[in-house]
Structure formats: structure tokens, C-alpha cells
Design a protein around this ligand. Structure first.
Ligand SMILES: [Zn+2]
Length: 544
């Protein structure tokens, strides 16, 4: 459909929906809050319209989407939590893109050097700190690059990586639990651990397993993407890891070139790692040189935040944060990435949940709703928000995040990653049971979803958090929800095909909004504030 047609269709749909929707909400107030399907559809259709050009952070498309969300907040009479009486919380950003000269990665054994092929054999991101980065250092293989005493793992034991580049396998041992595994398998955790051991860089090796989650060839598609970081008041990068100056990824095909000294072929090494068998670690007899030229700039974007004041004299000081990211990938040339599922749909449900909360009796605790920017830029909007909240940080007691709920089937259970770490698990179970839904474990731990969206930014600030999504079971026994979600990830995720042409399951969309509302009420009403469970991994690591 051409853009004009889409706009006309949307305007017509909105007009048709206006009158009955008003009547519906009156009925809902009399009985029980009911998510309004036409409102959900209208939000989704506006936000995923190609007119917004994929809502990339720092673009006009994102700003238009943000203005839409702020307008919805204003209609509901929410308390503005942004600057100067607005809903907009500025996020100062620095940007970096690769210069015209392609980056290079050379591997040298003595005097003999081999240059890996950019985007075929290695990939790297622009450097956010220095314009011309040139790092040369010996390579040391450190297994998965994980130090996790609680799980009896220390890939750095007996290794000296000071001043060297750590070479690590992508991922983590599969026997680790889903969320802790997501934490240790996360590139950021690995980079922090490497830096803590004195390394100056990290080279991550792709594996057949990582190819399923994040295929190496996608690096080509996003190679000219701008990288971003949030900026501290003194001008440093908020995500900067001091001491770490080089980072690159090497493809499955090229990985053996780095590991020849280990005397074990790559397939065997990976299968040993995945079976938890000990790996040969240590010096690789190679010196690597990574050169990157970057072009720096600045950008400004906004999180959009509004508050429903709680009514309980004491509990209203405690704030439950409901979040979803508003940004997406933008466009490449003339090709627009509409990001309908990721995450126009999440914002649509969030807006409807906020409407239900605003119209019902005020909850005991306060509820802050925030549409986040720069999730697709390494979760910067949430990282900035969780460190610089518009209320004092100690008042934030929980986060419920929605990111890309894949609502293509008549889901019968829910997945709440992170729920098992805190008392939020009980709230999730009650909210689900209230709708006759079960709670399912993570169907795809290898996706490491727990650390791949904004809730992790809250966890890192010690705030109990969950990300809520549909499980694979369906009320319709002919449907295989897990297969539908897998197909979405394979075919449409982060592709132009994540658009409005998908067969959304509208009853499921409505139910999902209902579930979110129920969970928000549960958390806002329960007598005790959410807490990490005693001895919990994340509670011990980040809790306060
Ligand atoms: Zn995304």
C-alpha cells in the first residue's frame, strides 16, 4: 500500500472507532476495566505507519511518535514528568559512525600477517571515544570469557590477559539458567569482565548457536548504522568501559584462524564448550591489530514519561515503572523498517493500560509510564532513565517492560523473564491466573531475552524487573504458538517485513493489554513493595 492510502485508511478507521469507543469505556467503568481493541489498533496503525519512517532515535520519525505518545498522555491528564512541565525527558547522546575507510583486523604470527575480510570474516562497531583507534596486542583465548563463582566458572583462572586482547566464544554454557546465562552471555558483561582482568580488548567468536540468534551476515546490513552512547555531564560515554579499547566479532568460518595454536578444531572446541567440558585456554601465539576510523557527532532524543499519583498516604511514594521502547531501526535507503511488533505493539498496549489505570480508582502506589528511546541503540534510553529518573531513584520499586510481544496466536500462558528472581513472580502468577492463563518458563533460553531489552537497565540499578510476553501454548489446539514466534524471529524480526500486514491475533492483543493492566494493579496494590528473593543472584549483584 502506498503511504497516502495507509494514512487515509487509518484516518477512516479512527473516525469509525471514535463513537462506540466512548460508549465502551463507560460500560467498562461500570464493570471491570476492559482493554479497548479499537484504541489498541489505532495506536498500532499510527505508530507503525511508514510515515514515521521506522522511528529511529534522533530522527523526525521518532520525534513524531514521541509527540503522539505525549499527546495521548495529555488527553488522559497524566502528570508530566519531563522537563519544564512537559512529558519529554531529554537524553543527551553522542553518536559515532564508521568513516569511509573500512576498519581492518590483522592477525600476525611473527612477521607474517593476514588481514581478515571486513564483514565476511570480521565485524566491528564505530568507536565512541576516539576518532582514530589503533590497538595492537597479543591474543589470549579465554573460553566463554565468564567469571561466575556461583556457578563454579572462571575462564580467566590462571590466565594473564593484562594488556592483551581476550578472545572469547559467543554465548555461555547451556547448563546455566536462562536469566543468569543471559547476563553472563551478554557482550557487555563479558567486556566488563575482560576489562576487570586487565584486557585492552575483546574479540568474540561466532558459533553455530550464535548464528541462530544473531546471524553474522546481518552485520553487513547494519554496518553503516550510527552507534550511540548516552553522555555524562562531564562529556564521557555513559556505557564506556575504562581500559577497553578494541572490540570485534569474527565469523564462524574465520574463527579457526585465531585458534590454530590450541590444536583442536573449531567444531570440536565449540561442542566441548557446549557440553561443559574443559577447554584449552591461553596464549594464541598471535598479535592482532584492529584499526577503526570513526566520525563523531551529537544527538538528542527523549523518553516520554507521565505519572499516575498513588492514593495511599505512604505507598504513593513508591513508584512502579511500566516501560516499552518507542524507537525502531528507521530506514535504509528507501526501505522502511516499520517495527510493528517491535515495538509499536508494545507501546500500543502500554497506552491502553495507562488509560485503564488513569480512568479507574487510583492505585495505592504511584505508576510511572515511560516510552523509551534508543532501545535499538543498546538500551540507552532506559540506561539513562534508570540512572537519572525524574523522581528520586530510591522511590523506584519495580519495572514491568514490554518489548515485541509476538501476538500471532491465541496465547494461553505467559512468559515473564526475571519473575523468578523477586516477589514480582507472585504478582505475575496472580495476574495470569485472573485471566485463566498459566505461567511458562523461557521457551528459548538461547535468545538471552532477559538482557536484551530495557528491563535489564533497571535490574542493573537494583530494581526488580520483568519482561512480559506470551508463551507458546494456545487456546486453539490447531496453533503452534512457539512455531509462529520462531518464524517471526526468523523472517520478520528487524526486517522490513515487521509491518502492519502481519496476521495479528486481535483477541490476544486485547488479552495481553488486560494482563499488563492486571499485573500493574497487582504490583501497585500489594501491601509489600516488590523485593529480590533472599540470596537471589541479581539481588546480591545489584540490589540496594
Ligand atoms: Zn528491536
Amino acid at each position: 500500500m502506498k503511504r497516502r492510502d495507509l494514512l487515509e485508511t487509518w484516518v477512516a478507521a479512527a473516525a469509525a472507532a471514535a463513537l462506540p469507543a466512548a460508549a465502551n469505556s463507560t460500560v467498562a467503568l461500570m464493570h471491570r476495566a476492559q482493554a479497548d481493541l479499537r484504541r489498541l489498533q489505532a495506536h498500532l496503525h499510527f505508530l507503525a505507519d511508514p510515515l514515521l519512517e521506522g522511528r529511529e532515535t534522533g530522527t523526525r520519525g521518532y520525534d513524531l511518535a514521541a509527540a503522539y505518545v505525549a499527546s495521548q498522555f495529555a488527553q488522559l491528564g497524566l502528570k508530566p514528568m519531563g522537563d519544564a512541565g512537559s512529558y519529554a525527558l531529554p537524553v543527551p547522546l553522542r553518536t559515532s559512525r564508521l568513516a569511509a575507510t573500512a576498519p581492518s583486523l590483522d592477525l600476525c604470527r611473527g612477521e607474517t600477517c593476514e588481514r581478515l575480510a571486513w564483514l565476511d570474516e570480521f565485524s566491528t562497531r564505530p568507536d565512541l571515544s576516539v576518532l582514530h583507534s589503533d590497538v595492537k596486542a597479543p591474543l589470549v583465548f579465554a573460553g566463554y570469557g565468564i567469571t561466575a563463582p556461583r556457578f563454579g566458572l572462571d575462564d580467566y583462572a590462571g590466565l594473564d590477559v593484562k594488556g592483551r586482547i581476550a578472545v572469547v566464544l559467543s554465548g555461555r554454557p547451556p547448563q546455566m539458567p536462562s536469566t543468569e546465562g543471559a547476563h553472563f552471555g551478554n557482550g557487555r558483561t563479558k567486556a566488563e569482565l575482560a576489562a576487570r582482568h586487565g584486557a585492552v580488548g575483546v574479540i568474540t567468536l561466532a558459533t553455530p548457536r550464535s548464528e541462530i540468534v544473531a546471524p553474522f551476515h546481518l552485520n553487513r546490513q547494519f554496518a553503516d548504522n550510527v552507534a550511540m552512547d548516552w553522555q555524562t555531564p562531564d562529556g564521557r560515554g555513559g556505557s564506556d568501559i575504562p581500559g577497553l579499547r578494541a572490540a570485534a566479532t569474527v565469523s564462524v568460518q574465520a574463527a579457526p584462524k585465531l585458534l590454530a595454536a590450541l590444536g583442536r578444531d573449531y567444531a570440536t572446541l565449540v561442542s566441548d564448550a557446549e557440553a561443559g567440558r574443559p577447554l584449552p585456554r591461553g596464549d594464541l601465539g598471535l598479535v592482532a591489530r584492529l584499526v577503526r576510523h570513526s566520525v563523531h557527532g551529537q544527538a538528542r532524543s527523549h523518553n516520554i514519561a507521565g505519572l499516575i499519583e498513588g492514593r495511599h498516604p505512604r505507598l504513593k511514594d513508591e513508584v512502579v515503572v511500566l516501560s516499552a521502547h518507542l524507537d525502531h531501526l528507521g530506514k535504509k535507503g528507501d526501505t522502511i523498517y516499520p517495527g510493528a511488533m517491535d515495538n509499536a505493539l508494545g507501546i500500543a498496549t502500554l497506552l491502553e493500560v495507562f488509560r485503564l489505570l488513569a480512568h479507574g480508582a487510583a492505585p495505592d502506589r504511584s505508576v510511572l509510564v515511560v516510552a523509551l528511546t534508543a532501545e535499538e541503540k543498546n538500551y540507552l534510553g532506559s540506561a539513562y532513565f534508570a540512572r537519572n529518573p525524574p523522581v528520586s531513584a530510591a522511590r523506584l520499586v519495580a519495572n514491568v517492560n514490554i518489548d515485541m510481544p509476538i501476538l500471532l496466536h491465541d496465547f494461553k500462558d505467559v512468559v515473564a523473564l526475571g519473575a523468578e528472581h523477586s516477589t514480582l513472580g507472585d504478582a505475575v502468577a496472580r495476574a495470569a491466573a485472573d485471566l485463566g492463563l498459566g505461567v511458562a518458563p523461557d521457551p528459548q533460553p538461547e535468545q538471552s531475552r532477559f538482557t536484551r531489552s530495557d528491563q535489564y537497565s533497571f535490574v542493573r540499578q537494583g530494581i526488580p524487573a520483568v519482561i512480559l510476553g506470551p508463551g507458546g501454548a494456545s487456546f486453539d489446539t490447531k496453533e503452534d504458538g512457539n512455531a509462529l514466534m520462531r518464524d517471526f524471529r526468523r523472517q520478520r524480526y528487524h526486517q522490513p517485513g515487521d509491518d502492519l500486514g502481519q496476521p495479528f491475533h486481535w483477541a490476544a492483543v486485547q488479552r495481553f493489554a488486560q494482563l499488563q493492566w492486571g499485573l500493574a494493579r497487582e504490583i501497585a496494590q500489594q501491601p509489600e513493595r516488590p523485593r529480590w528473593l533472599p540470596g537471589d543472584f541479581f539481588g546480591d549483584l545489584y540490589g540496594r
